[in-house]
Design a protein around this ligand. Structure first.
Ligand SMILES: NC(=O)c1ccc[n+]([C@@H]2O[C@H](COP(=O)([O-])OP(=O)(O)OC[C@H]3O[C@@H](n4cnc5c(N)ncnc54)[C@H](OP(=O)(O)O)[C@@H]3O)[C@@H](O)[C@H]2O)c1
Length: 205
């Protein structure tokens, strides 16, 4: 199966490598072919790189791995609508505005709901928000539980994403229900991030 990844940073390359190792075809994407993209392509000769538009055309399933969140709209607006129609979009985007104290970027909708509004032709499935990129593949090998949560409004897209997560080593994938549940998932992400930020600051005192 072909996976198109929007982004070529930490999440994109971690998931991209994991998917290639499991027999998927992968295209990561970005604005410029950076040094780290070149290094990834050297390490992953079966993988490819293109523009976000090319990755969206390539993928039967898409992964949104763009940072900062304010660039998500620009990237999604650059895609041809027919290339994303009906496709599942695995969305790990956090709803966090970084600053002295992390806070929600959106407080009336979730980032997942924001993304869904930007791509009404596609089916957003929220997952992996709580997992650092280096643990997103083969969680058991990192000593963390292999449970994962998904939510979204389209049953077929959720089944599609759940199957990919299983292949990546998440053997128990729980369906939390509609995309509105991403408010809770992203809320926990902000809670954990805030705690870690404060604990880290304290330990530096
Ligand atoms: N890192 C984690 O551990 C982690 C964990 C859970 C969830 N997440 C979420 O996953 C998403 C990706 O995070 P990340 O850590 O992988 O970020 P990252 O390493 O900073 O990579 C972000 C990617 O977005 C691309 N990008 C930004 N603006 C763009 C634009 N206008 N056009 C094309 N590409 C653009 C960047 O390309 P350029 O090089 O061209 O800027 C880069 O490849 C975020 O939503 C984050 O909240 C991250």
């Amino acid at each position: 199966m072909k996976i198109g990844i929007l982004g070529a940073g930490k999440v994109a390359t971690a998931l991209g490598s994991g998917l290639l190792a499991r027999g998927y075809q992968v295209m990561i994407s970005g604005r410029t072919r950076t040094e780290s993209v070149r290094a990834w392509l050297e390490k992953s000769p079966a993988g490819s790189w293109g523009s976000p538009r090319e990755a969206a055309r390539f993928g039967e399933l898409l992964i949104l791995a763009v940072n900062p969140w304010s660039q998500i709209e620009t990237v999604l607006a650059s895609l041809d609508r027919q290339d994303i129609e009906g496709k599942a979009v695995l969305d790990p985007s956090n709803n966090i505005e970084w600053g002295e104290r992390p806070r929600m970027a959106f407080d009336t909708v979730s980032m997942g709901q924001h993304v869904q509004k930007l791509v009404p032709e596609a089916h957003v499935v929220k997952t992996l928000t709580l997992i650092p990129s280096q643990w997103m593949v083969d969680p058991k090998s990192h000593g963390i539980p292999d449970n994962q949560w998904i939510c979204g409004d389209d049953a077929r897209a959720k089944a599609h994403v759940a199957a990919v997560l299983c292949d990546l080593g998440w053997t128990k994938v729980y369906d939390l229900g509609p995309l509105t549940m991403s408010q809770l998932m992203e809320g926990i992400g902000l809670l954990v991030t805030s705690m870690v930020t404060q604990l880290t600051a304290k330990s530096l005192d």
